[in-house]
Design a protein around this ligand. Sequence first.
Ligand code: ADP
Ligand code: MG
Length: 205
Amino acid sequence: MANKTKKILLETSDVIIENKEYLTELDAAIGDGDHGINLARGFKKLKEKLENETFTERNELFKLTAMTLISNVGGASGPLYGTAFLNISKVISDERLDLDDLVEIAEEAIAGIQKRGKAEAGEKTMLDTIIPAAESLKQSRDNNLDLETALNNCLETAAEGMKNTIEMQATKGRASYLGERSIGHQDPGATSAYLMIKTFITSYL
Ligand code: ADP
Ligand code: MG
């Protein structure tokens, strides 16, 4: 299981690195134009570490991801994503994950982000992608949907969540300094969160 997880984390790193400019452009519109640069720096470092070490358990991989993002990503997003990955490392097992496990993982990630950043849904942040995605997984679990359908629904909901940030006014983070002028732009963190969720899901299926 550790090998597959390592592959997924390497793919996630590549996707973030490929989208460095796009994420930075989004941040230039409502922040300080460094989101892609920040994340690409952290994920580049993560790639190096992943490629040079061997891992036997999934939780080690998530802990390494957390620590690498916390110490190499400048800006608000580093500690926020770092705490999310750290929380995931505490609950993830080496078994094949079922929907209950995925719901738990998503809830832990959200709890980490909220502990650090104190944001709720609707404040135009990464949580506006992640919270609806987690809700979708919960609904699928409660309706006994199969894993593949659940993951496809989750991905669709994450994309909607990301797009819904366009119409939101930011009330947390740097974009909140713009007040109403933050409306009309897609949130960079909601976008990077979508790219990560998309990569996790497509490489897991
Ligand atoms: P900075 O704003 O310090 O330059 P980044 O540009 O790397 O950091 O990240 C900005 C993103 O971080 C935002 O688009 C938003 O999604 C996310 N963010 C900012 N503050 C919070 C918060 N309190 N809770 C959740 N996400 C946040
Ligand atoms: Mg920024």
